[in-house]
Design a protein around this ligand. Structure first.
Ligand code: NPQ
Ligand code: MG
Length: 369
């Protein structure tokens, strides 16, 4: 593809229900979309940075700045044989993976269209049965949480992940397990604990959890390895894994037994594939995380989830859990048995973009050419 222009666009989408984690509550998403134009094609990518630098150091505004000032200008006029070559042309920017990932994924999206193949096949996927889980935020009361879990189980979801933090953990798990002893259950702390809490975290072992996700500091491997030695429950790393190198370090140190892959956090599809591969070599199963994405990011997550080592249910759930109306057609839906309704025959990302709706939701655009 010869890249003629790159459009940055910010849309606003109110969430159907607030989403609360150990770092705060989100009620509306600001979403940065990237469009790469060239050869008569438009490739779309979604930047998964949040409104604030809480989950990661990036935010919508830092991503916009880095894309506008550095990443997009470096690609204008370039001819790329394949999307995976993009890194060769990007200037030496440290970090800012979510900004990089949005741009690279727009190029993969374009490449799949241009070659008229499904994006999932272009990525090297092979699985077409995609088990689906949900991530349930911290609620105003335990009763409200139990109600929500009930709704999601009735919808068919195969794994329930609860956000936790000190004060919203063991007592909550007691209540949930008293009601549902057998369901596949995990928790995600988003770095809310420290190694001083090791004795407390050991209580989690009572609840037969599939995993505890990112209990400790977002940049730490050593202390997670120390903690994993003390826990029977598998640790899953999320925030820590910024690429292949971190995945290898975590595997070799024994810092986790499971890895959450988010394509934005690792800087795009090609690095996500490398993380996937290194985990597979170490016998570490992976699953696809979620960042409250619009349909574009959701479609990309589905394509990524087809890779062989994505054996655990992901956080990529139905559009309607998050949005009144998603920006893709069809919306992402989930079967009564908890699998993503996925049509492997569709080419490209497999979902059309509702351009008129995107325009309506847009609050700013910038075209780099
Ligand atoms: C996680 N997501 O696995 C993240 C965290 C997360 C679905 O649990 C705005 C932008 C709000 C990104 C809240 C899920 C967010 C966000 C939570 C990411 O750790
Ligand atoms: Mg997480």
């Amino acid at each position: 593809m010869k890249i003629e222009a790159i459009t940055l666009r910010e849309i606003r989408m109110p969430l159907v229900h607030f989403f609360e984690t150990s770092f705060g509550r989100t009620t509306e998403r600001r979403i940065l979309l990237v469009t790469a134009h060239g050869d008569g094609i438009e490739g779309w990518g979604e930047c998964v940075a949040g409104e604030h630098p809480f989950y990661s150091p990036e935010s919508v505004d830092t991503a916009w700045y880095v894309l506008e000032k550095y990443l997009a200008p470096a690609l204008i006029g370039r001819k790329l044989e394949i999307a995976a070559d993009v890194r060769r042309y990007l200037p030496g920017i440290r970090g800012h993976n979510m900004a990089k990932g949005a741009l690279e994924n727009a190029l993969w999206d374009a490449e799949a269209q241009q070659k008229n193949v499904p994006l999932w096949k272009l990525l090297g996927g092979s699985r077409i049965e995609l088990p689906c889980g949900v991530s349930i935020g911290i609620q105003d009361s335990p009763e409200q949480l139990l109600d929500k879990i009930g709704v999601e189980l009735s919808a068919g979801y195969r794994r329930i992940k609860l956000k936790c933090k000190p004060g919203w953990d063991v007592a909550i798990l007691e209540r949930v397990r008293a009601r549902w002893a057998e369901i596949m259950l995990s928790v995600d702390a988003n770095s809310a604990y420290s190694l001083k809490d090791a004795e407390h975290l050991k209580c989690f072992d009572r609840f037969n959890l599939l995993m505890v996700e990112q209990p400790l500091w977002s940049d730490d491997f050593f202390f997670h390895a120390e903690l994993q030695k003390q826990l029977r429950t598998a640790i899953c790393l999320d925030e820590c894994i910024l690429g292949e190198r971190q995945a290898q370090a975590a595997a070799e140190l024994g810092a986790c037994r499971i890895v959450n892959i988010k394509v934005g956090r690792v800087g795009g599809f090609s690095e996500a594939i490398r993380v996937h591969d290194v985990c597979r070599q170490h016998g570490i199963p992976v699953w696809c995380g979620g960042m409250l994405e619009s349909g574009i990011g959701r479609a990309h997550n589905i394509a990524l989830s087809t890779l062989a080592n994505f054996t655990l249910a992901g956080d990529v759930s139905a559009s309607k859990r998050y949005w009144k109306e998603d920006i893709i057609e069809p919306e992402v839906t989930v079967s009564a048995s908890g699998f993503i309704d996925f049509d492997p025959a569709k080419t490209g990302r497999g979902y059309e973009i509702k351009k008129a709706l995107v325009e309506k939701l847009t609050v700013r655009t910038e075209v780099v050419r």
